[in-house]
Write a protein that binds this ligand. Sequence first.
Ligand code: ZN
Length: 310
Amino acid sequence: MACFLFYDENFKTLDFGPGHPMRGDRYEKALEEFKKDGILEKVEMRKVEMIDEDILCLFHTSTYVEKVKKISEEGQGIIGPDTPGYKGIYEAALLSVSATIFGVKSLLKNECEVAINICGGWHHAFENTGRGFCIFNDIAVAGNFLLKEGVEKIMIIDYDAHHGDGTQRAFYSSKKVFTISLHQNPETLYPFLTGVKEEIGEGEGKGFNRNFPLSFNCKDEEFIENFKEVEEVINNFKPEFLILQMGVDGSKECFISNMKLTGESYNYASYKIRESQKKIGFELLSLGGGGFVHPMLGKNWGIQINNFTN
Ligand SMILES: [Zn+2]
């Protein structure tokens, strides 16, 4: 069955401007690499339409949504730390959540086996504020959308270099949504305060959150060793729906973390997820996450997407 790649050329409007690591051309540049590596022949490209903005409030407060809208109209203001506002930022952020929700809907309708939104995975945003380049947390919105649709066992795996703190917080007391994050030791990297092993969830959700802090200079061997434990967790939990944040900013080429991963780590993890999918039969939604240098970004996303098409 098909692997859908949701894409809209207006993804480029999600751009914090010169001097900021998050620039709008990263999607186009990644697509060029996909083309060179034959990935585009293996996926079905799908257009994105804007979702009803009420869907944002499945996770975000209406006060925060209104704040982003106002900053977007006025063209000035701060959305949150490291997350400046600009004219049109609301539409840009809504488009990115739309691509994620379109992915979810296609999977629920069994139109595809894997859905991908490279302009997604905004794991730092909280319900009431933007943080760390993230405006709306499309992962948390998608999780709540799935719960509303009656999906009972959701797993979120995040191997971006940074701890998926906004996502952890969103589902910390839920046993229906199992959150897992592998990331550079948060004593040495943003978001600094969370992402330690001892955070395992609370109340009903106790035991349904796992953190795998990795060394400052983490190499493939350590990442793969830790991911083997994740494989066991997937096979024991047997999710109905798996959301992956496939951020590649732990790559040795990327200046934003100190990790030293290569395509070997991303190949291993994505291959194992796809293998579990074939065994367990869950729906798979994969979201871009971090990665800020080229051509590394397109290469390491491409390695993963290629595995999802096999
Ligand atoms: Zn990151």
